[in-house]
Design a protein around this ligand. Structure first.
Ligand SMILES: Nc1ncnc2c1ncn2[C@@H]1O[C@H](COP(=O)(O)OP(=O)(O)OP(=O)(O)O)[C@@H](O)[C@H]1O
Length: 323
């Protein structure tokens, strides 16, 4: 099977991607970039020009209700008057599967998502995380060729999101269709996905494997998402890790060519270290990881004037994607 998309939503989005059986494409990018517009256009909820060929059929020419895509949106749309089981059985029933069989399949799906005991409840009797699991079960039970997940973990508490992420990644590993997963989470993008589509200002900024995107992020947003600093020098992007950055309170005298004066803008815990966001005097914001001991010794609190430096050997240079 193949999925080949090139579509335009006038004034909002121009995007293309290709995918094959079993691919999970993470769609990432800043707020307002066009991620939801893309999945909504594919679902038929937003009018789009161009094509989205799934096994040769242009979905954009097919009425929304006949596209057979599985949808999970953040503001999930369970039928309020149906029980969880009937919500999940709805797709198979609509395809003509006999009631008893559709019900049994629905309960099996709810069981796989860990919510079988809630089969008889209606959506208003479910928590956000439970409803999200029912919505995912419903999307998968319909046996779609295309699964569209728009921030399925958003709004859930950390524990629920973590267990749901594990279940979802296990299901997606078995799923033979194509999945688009809109996410703000670098871990989702880099671990669950086979490909990452970076959308920025209504255009595709990068499309590659998680490894390509994390090693050579094409935009500052992606660099931040994967926890790197990226600077542009001419046609080159230069990436370096926040752990490679040295923080001093006076101008360093060493051999580092790359040095920037600035002020600490924010400090937050990051694993066993502290992550500083530093607003450089005439450049971009950079991130630097320091030990708590160093932060205390140097008095690294917001507002503190500092110098950042990084050795040239710690910088990876690569060609910027054409604009
Ligand atoms: N119904 C609409 N009519 C016109 N413009 C819209 C509509 N919905 C969204 N937009 C605009 O389209 C652009 C893309 O929005 P979209 O919701 O796709 O972004 P997103 O990447 O999903 O952002 P977020 O991460 O904030 O959800 C934004 O500029 C937004 O203001």
């Amino acid at each position: 099977m193949s999925f080949d998309v090139r579509l335009t939503v006038p004034g909002r989005l121009e995007a293309g991607l290709t995918a094959a059986d079993g691919d999970v494409v993470a769609v990432i990018g800043p707020n307002g970039a066009g991620k939801s517009t893309l999945v909504r256009a594919l679902a038929g909820l937003v009018q789009a020009d161009g094509h989205a060929r799934l096994d040769g059929v242009n979905l954009l020419r097919v009425p929304a209700r006949d596209r057979h895509v599985g949808l999970v949106f953040q503001d999930q749309m369970l039928f309020p008057h149906l029980t969880a089981r009937d919500n999940v059985a709805f797709g198979p029933r609509a395809r003509g599967v006999p009631r008893a069989e559709a019900d049994a399949a629905a309960v099996a799906w709810l069981d796989r998502l860990g919510v079988a005991e809630l089969a008889g409840r209606r959506p208003r009797q479910l928590s956000g995380g439970q409803a999200q699991r029912v919505a995912i079960a419903r999307a998968l039970a319909a046996d779609p060729r295309l699964l569209l997940l728009d921030e399925p973990m958003a709004g859930l508490d950390v524990g629920v999101a973590t267990s749901l992420r594990l279940e979802l990644s296990a299901h997606l590993a078995e799923f033979t269709g194509v999945t688009l997963l809109v996410t703000h989470d670098a871990i989702d993008a880099l671990t669950i996905a086979s490909h990452v589509l970076v959308v920025d200002e209504g255009r595709v900024a990068q499309f590659g494997t998680p490894l390509e995107v994390s090693q050579q992020p094409a935009t500052d947003h992606v660099a931040r998402l994967v926890g790197l600093n990226v600077l542009r020098r001419g046609d080159l992007l230069r990436a370096f890790s926040p752990t490679a950055v040295t923080v001093d309170v006076q101008e360093p005298h060493g051999s580092a060519r790359n040095r920037w004066p600035g002020r600490v803008a924010a400090v937050s815990p990051h694993g066993g270290t502290l992550r500083l966001v530093v607003r450089t005097t005439d450049g971009p914001e950079l991130i630097a990881d320091v030990t708590p001991a160093a932060a205390t010794e140097l008095g690294l609190t917001p507002g503190r004037a500092v110098w950042l430096s990084v050795k040239e050997s710690s910088v990876r240079s690569y060609a910027a994607a054409p604009a």
